[in-house]
Design a protein around this ligand. Structure first.
Ligand code: NAD
Length: 292
């Protein structure tokens, strides 16, 4: 397949490389990144998009996606697929899909989970919104870049699934960290707490797989000085998107709102930026009940 790939950063670079290694013809554009081996460099986004059967975007945010989509949609061949893998707000995903459809194209929103490691290993999970026919065309590419793909519904459904998942993740990570900090003050050994909770009704991915306490449970960023992993500022980005969507859909999400405020404080006013999002535990263990 001839593929245009726009945005070759930490995630897009290895994803594009995997597509090229699988034998696809990949032409790429990124004003800043170095081009991975096997990718034909282009001088603009429209040049990378022209003649491609599928154009993939992997960009930092919704504003940049809107800008790039406005450039590439007029350059794309009728019937081709615009496949956005960035994490952006639901409204932007729907708007880009509307513009693509009006231009005789098909669009999919397909955000990922699995991080940089998953992008390099080709083991990402894709959550996809958009028409069945476009999903069928892109399916072989998902199978190269990932190990699991769920077609979640119409335009925007992939982004909706991603932010709902990450809102649960942000909330459960804070709850897990709070429990360890409380256990410390109650004189309860962390390893014992892990043994109980990981096999009880308080269990979650945050506790069982990504335990925020160093030396407890399976190896996680906590065991590597809280080097990310999944950086606190990326969690904040996703939590903000969840609250933007909740605002737009008039949904009551009190825990998501509180988790957003806590990660905002951690990243923007404390020393959380650049640390793994599970570093909420050392933050909480230093605090006293009365502090704000
Ligand atoms: P990144 O900053 O490493 O890469 C983004 C790339 O987009 C950069 O190389 C940048 O130069 C390029 N870019 C910016 N404007 C452009 C334009 N107008 N045209 C072409 N290229 C442009 O970010 P990343 O970590 O690769 O993340 C990309 C997306 O994936 C984000 O939406 C992020 O939320 C999401 N995501 C990241 C992770 C992760 O662990 N890094 C995990 C899941 C999802």
């Amino acid at each position: 397949m001839k593929i245009g790939f726009i945005g070759l950063g930490n995630m897009g670079g290895p994803m594009a490389r995997n597509l090229a290694s699988a034998g696809h013809e990949v032409q790429g554009f990124d004003p800043a990144a170095t081009y991975p081996e096997g990718i034909t460099p282009c001088t603009s986004a429209p040049e990378a998009a022209a003649d491609a059967e599928v154009v993939i975007t992997m960009l930092p945010n919704g504003a940049i996606l809107r800008d790039v989509a406005a450039q590439v949609i007029p350059a794309m061949a009728t019937g081709s697929v615009l496949l956005d893998c960035s994490t952006v707000d639901v409204d932007t995903a729907r708007e880009v899909a509307r513009q693509a459809k009006a231009a005789g194209l098909e669009a999919l929103d397909a955000p990922v989970s699995g991080g940089v490691g998953g992008a390099a290993a080709g083991t990402l999970t894709f959550m996809v919104g958009g028409p069945e026919s476009a999903f069928g065309k892109a399916r072989p590419l998902f199978e190269i870049m990932g190990q699991k793909t769920v077609h979640c519904g119409d335009a925007g459904a992939g982004q909706a699934a991603k932010i709902c998942n990450n809102m649960i993740l942000g909330v459960t990570m804070i709850a897990t960290c709070e429990a360890f900090a409380l256990a410390d003050k109650l004189g309860l050994d962390r390893a014992r707490l892990f043994d109980v909770v990981s096999t009880s009704s308080g269990s979650s991915w945050s506790m069982n797989t990504y335990c925020p306490a160093p030396g407890v449970g399976p190896t996680s960023p906590a065991d590597k000085g809280y080097r990310p992993g999944f950086a606190a500022e990326l969690m904040l980005k996703d939590l903000r998107l969840s609250q933007q969507a909740a605002e737009s859909a008039d949904a009551d999400t009190p825990m998501g709102q509180l988790a957003t405020a806590l990660y905002e404080q951690f990243v923007e006013r404390e020393d959380g930026r650049g640390k793994d999002f599970s570093a909420m535990l050392p933050r909480l263990e230093q605090r006293k009940r009365a502090s704000p």
